[in-house]
Ligand binder design. Structure first.
Ligand code: NAG
Ligand code: NAG
Ligand code: NAG
Ligand code: NAG
Ligand code: NAG
Ligand code: NAG
Ligand code: NAG
Ligand code: NAG
Ligand code: NAG
Ligand code: NAG
Length: 635
């Protein structure tokens, strides 16, 4: 029997703090790199300097004029056309810059980050698995070494960096992989790693070898080239892939790794089609496990590095609070998700967030960004992506303690959720909506209200009917629906958001565990009119359960957490300063490549790969939202 569990929207805010050491990153444009403390690492206790710049919030954007309709009608149908491919509960995952992996995961295989473990456990309890990528630009120069001092697993050579885009060489030990493997012993984490591509005449395959040997089934993908469109020509890239596969296939030791490649991870300078049209996917079909892209909606490179176009945060902020943002991000890839389906390959947004080059303080780390992330993630799912990875670094939290996963690898592949974007007549960009299907039946809805209005007058009401009318289906309106809300007082609020009444707490208050009692609203439906009226606060998200499924998110897996007093006191060593991050730029960092226009090309400068805005502050922002679509798993 299948057990139906809810679509779960995981919001990770205010995570990571307590006894954990935290490296201070600076919000671009908010804190000068010249500040003497700018590259220091601070323990939780001395994190006050972060607080000094952290409280930045932007004014709540004015309500639109004219106001959009605040009452919309939906009639849900069984087997509605246009439903997505079936989606995994692990749809949303995390991308962690390799150079900061030792700050996020732990120090080494014997010292794991407890808040991270708690967070991952919290997610896994709801999703069954968590996908995490270790990589980014800093993987390009990574070289495996036998050992490092003091049990370190990663080290950067920061000397001799003379200009901002230069990449510090990164060295790592096999213990990095053991650390990842140990985490997977505790939590069902599935890993992506990346092969360094800075020298395609001499591929350093040690990471693929170590990952295959140590992670086993928990290794699900190996990136072949990170954002090649910022460095190479098409033909060169395809040639590089060819020679990589040649080299790998000559090694019987890499028999698994050679079939797990992820490509092409283009970031917008090349269209994905320009890669598909080379025939790469057909030629190397047995080697390619994932098709990937990376993209950020915009960048904050000018404030950070003086590169590109200055951004006006005042005008930018409201653009995140509209469905049109997610639409503009997803639309360029619709042809590619269709192409991927035709080739039988999953298509993944391998790295994304609110903005590259660090994100924007007051945008990237507030409730509005959470709403944006929920909408973006769901639209990707509805559009036949097979995953999305929010890039985080440093202090965001990922991992957790041991919970027996509710499912194993084989049953993990049996998710049956499908996502459909649904529009009502006169629907505006401020109130996007989705339906989750299981076995062809609408079972849940996600209703989003981007408006922010403390008067309560901008609450939005969805009038939900099922079948009947012109659908040729009988009406099946339930006597009641249950609703979980994601709420905060305004889109500008930082921390303290609630999900079904529970919260991770305020900024820097969390150890990765949810606090409080889960609260699920019951809303009676009008059996005469055959409609359920669900109100969505302004701002907020409502997850509506249309059937009588069990609603406790923690069903299916026991709750296990790690004590925060364990291990973390010693975790105060691995740090990387803002200036070092500014150089984690991949390849040989030869030049400011890419365009200076909007788009992730610029993301390759500076903080790209490191940490979008709020995460820098240890607030697990929208960047760290994991939105998990969980469905029928076979027990
Ligand atoms: C690639 O990176 C490795 C390790 O950092 C370095 O030794 C090598 O010189 C680099 N190769 C090129 C061509 O940049
Ligand atoms: C991890 O680091 C600690 C502290 O430096 C050290 O004592 C321990 O041996 C290291 N563990 C491994 C597996 O290297
Ligand atoms: C963690 O990794 C080390 C290898 O460094 C291994 O000896 C140890 O048994 C692992 N611990 C767990 C709990 O898997
Ligand atoms: C979709 O992608 C395929 C494969 O690259 C390409 O041949 C086709 O022209 C694309 N269609 C559109 C409308 O871009
Ligand atoms: C940013 O945009 C706002 C609103 O359009 C405008 O009032 C403000 O002057 C702009 N700021 C800068 C620095 O250009
Ligand atoms: C997603 O794929 C399904 C199945 O192929 C298709 O029916 C649907 O139209 C696709 N959706 C989008 C937005 O491309
Ligand atoms: C995974 O679950 C399936 C279905 O319950 C079961 O048949 C299989 O033996 C399990 N595999 C492992 C490795 O536990
Ligand atoms: C849509 O808007 C138009 C113009 O405001 C209005 O006349 C019409 O009744 C609306 N339709 C619905 C279904 O609300
Ligand atoms: C709007 O929604 C909020 C949160 O649910 C609620 O407290 C408030 O009463 C609602 N306001 C109106 C006018 O319905
Ligand atoms: C860096 O990479 C670029 C682009 O691949 C290449 O043109 C340049 O020669 C390289 N520079 C060094 C110092 O390796």
């Amino acid at each position: 029997m299948g057990s139906s569990t809810p679509l779960f929207i995981f919001i990770c805010y205010g995570l990571v703090r307590l006894s954990t050491a935290v490296t201070v990153y600076y919000a671009p444009g908010q804190n000068p790199l010249s500040t003497p403390t700018a590259t220091s690492s601070a323990s939780a206790a001395s994190y006050t300097d972060a607080a000094a710049y952290n409280p930045i919030t932007l004014p709540v954007p004015a309500l639109p004029d004219p106001m959009p309709p605040l009452s919309l009608s939906f009639n849900l149908q069984a087997n509605a056309p246009g439903r997505s491919i079936t989606q995994s509960g692990a749809f949303m995952g995390f991308s962690i810059e390799m150079s900061v992996a030792n700050q996020v995961l732990g120090k080494n295989s014997s010292i794991l980050q407890v808040p991270f473990l708690n967070l991952l456990a919290t997610i896994q309890q709801r999703s069954g698995a968590v996908r995490v990528r270790i990589g980014g630009n800093s993987q390009e120069t990574a070289a495996q070494v036998a050992s490092l001092d003091d049990g370190e697993v990663i080290e950067k050579d920061l000397t001799g960096i003379t200009y901002p885009t230069q990449t510090p060489p990164l060295v790592f030990t096999r213990d990095l992989l053991y650390m990842m493997g140990n985490i997977s012993q505790l939590i069902n984490v599935r890993w992506f790693v990346g092969i360094p591509f800075n020298d395609s005449s001499n591929f350093r395959l040690e990471i693929a070898q170590s990952a295959q040997d140590i992670l086993g089934d928990h290794l699900i993908g190996i990136q072949a080239g990170n954002e090649p469109d910022l460095y190479a020509a098409h033909d060169d890239y395809v040639d590089e892939i060819s020679s990589l596969i040649d080299v790998m296939s000559q090694s019987s030791d890499l028999s698994v790794a050679q079939s797990l490649l992820l490509t092409p991870s283009v970031s917008g300078t090349w269209s994905p089609e320009s890669v598909w049209d080379t025939g790469l996917v057909d030629q190397y079909s047995s080697n390619i496990a994932w098709l990937s892209v990376e993209h950020y909606p915009t960048d904050n490179c000018f404030a950070q590095f003086g590169i590109g176009t200055p951004q006006n945060v005042t005008t930018l902020w409201p653009t995140y609070l509209m469905h049109s943002s997610a639409q503009s991000l997803v639309q360029p890839y619709l042809n590619s998700t269709s192409y991927a389906q035709s080739k039988g390959k999953p298509f993944i947004m391998f790295e994304t967030n609110t903005a590259s080059c660090g994100g924007f303080a007051g945008i990237s780390d507030v409730f509005g960004a959470a709403l944006w992330g929920v909408d973006y993630g769901l639209l990707m799912a509805a559009s036949n992506f097979s995953g999305g990875m929010f890039h985080v670094g440093g202090q965001s939290v990922y991992y957790n303690p041991f919970i027996s996963p509710p499912t194993n690898q084989s049953s993990f592949r049996k998710w049956t959720s499908q996502v459909l974007e649904i529009s009502a007549a006169n629907q505006s960009t401020y109130t996007p909506n989705y339906v989750i299907y299981e076995n062809g039946q609408p079972v849940r809805m996600v209703l989003i209200n981007f408006l922010s209005d403390s008067s309560g007058n901008s609450n939005y009401t969805a009038n939900i009917a099922i079948g009947g009318g012109n659908t040729g289906q009988s009406t099946t309106i339930p006597s009641q629906v249950r609703v979980k809300y994601l709420t905060a007082s305004s889109v500008s609020q930082k921390g303290g958001y609630t999900w079904a009444g529970q919260t991770f707490g305020g900024n820097f208050d969390s150890d990765g565990r949810l606090q409080g009692t889960e609260t699920i609203e019951t809303i009676p439906c009008d059996q005469t009119a055959q409609v359920c009226l669900v109100s969505v606060p302004a701002p907020g998200v409502a997850l509506v359960f249309l059937t009588g499924e069990r609603l406790t998110e923690t069903e299916g897996a026991a709750s296990t957490t790690f004590a925060t007093t364990v291990l973390t006191q010693t975790f105060n060593t691995a740090t990387i300063g803002a200036s070092a991050l500014a150089t984690s730029n991949g390849r040989n960092g030869s030049s400011p490549l890419g365009s200076s226009s909007r788009g992730s090309a610029n993301g390759d400068y500076g903080f790209r790969g490191s940490v979008p805005g709020s995460t820098m502050l240890g607030v697990c922002i929208a960047s760290a939202i994991s939105l998990v679509i969980r469905a029928n798993y076979v027990l």
